[in-house]
Design a binder for this molecule. Structure first.
Ligand code: NDP
Length: 249
């Protein structure tokens, strides 16, 4: 595996924690130059130092992906400083669980702004460059919630079903430009994601669910992403669904 991504540049959104952080480390470990995007500068800088201390190359760029201008700047600065972009891992996301009935509707706007629109802005900004160079790989982090629906998860389900739908449509639009599209669909992963849930009942329920099983680790998902992006150019891994062994649905 050593050096399999030598010469490649990967942008990873949501790189300041969880799956994004683990993915940045994994891709850098096989030679990719990694662009670390998220809002928390200190976390990005610490991660960049860690990657560079192990001999990798990392460029932290503070970005709120719900802001289209910041996303355009992210892609422009990545190319200006590292010369190209080959892989985009659209990982930044939130899971503001709770029932539709009685929900705080600002949670809905935050969810769609980040999980759907933010992801689309990154794709929109990166595509002209990938098309120009006639190669590229877009990895969209969806969820088991993008394949199933559960009471109390409806709006998160809607955002991740949206990610799955737009990813397949995108694949059909860009495969002729030699651009690959992959959806990764994790089950429960041990990260900070639940900290942001505003609905107390939903938060307690998902915490209990997670504690009742051995969840996945961020590194498990990073390994799946690494697998997808290190396949030969003629192999397009479209979808990887990964549950913890103990997860029911
Ligand atoms: P974390 O909360 O650990 O990570 C989320 C990341 O997104 C952070 O780096 C955060 O950084 C970033 N982020 C949040 N808002 C923005 C924003 N507006 N602009 C840029 N970055 C932002 O969660 P996970 O690692 O678990 O989540 C990563 C992805 O995996 C998400 O898409 C999630 O839906 C998906 N997923 C997670 C599962 C789980 O059980 N954990 C299961 C299935 C899917 P910062 O706050 O610094 O901006």
């Amino acid at each position: 595996m050593a050096g399999k991504l030598e010469g490649k540049v990967a942008i990873i959104t949501g790189a300041s924690s969880g799956i994004g952080e683990a993915t940045a480390i994994a891709l850098a470990s096989v030679g990719a130059k990694v662009v670390l995007a998220a809002r928390r500068a200190e976390r990005l800088n610490t991660l960049a130092e860690r990657i560079e201390a192990s001999g990798g190359k990392a460029l932290p760029i503070v970005t709120d992906v719900t802001d289209e201008t910041q996303v355009n700047d992210l892609v422009r600065d990545a190319i200006a400083q590292l010369g190209r972009v080959d892989i985009v891992v659209n990982n930044a996301g939130i899971a503001l669980l709770g029932t539709i009935d009685g929900a705080n509707t600002s949670d809905w706007r935050r969810s769609f702004d980040l999980n759907v629109l933010g992801l689309l802005y990154v794709i929109h900004a990166a595509l002209p460059h990938l098309k120009n160079q006639k190669s590229g790989h877009i990895v969209n982090i969806s969820s088991v919630a993008g394949r199933t629906a559960r009471a109390g998860v409806g709006v998160y389900n809607a955002t991740k079903w949206g990610v799955n739908a737009l990813s397949e449509a995108l694949r059909q639009e860009v495969y002729k430009d030699n651009i690959r599209v992959t959806i990764i669909e994790p089950g429960l992963v041990d990260t900070e994601i639940n900290n942001h849930i505003t609905d107390i009942v939903a938060k307690q329920r998902i915490e209990e669910r997670r504690q009742s099983i051995t969840p996945l680790q961020s590194e498990d998902i990073a390994a799946a992403i690494l697998y997808a992006v290190t396949q030969p150019a003629h192999v397009n891994v479209n979808e990887i669904l990964i549950r913890p062994t103990g997860q029911d649905n």
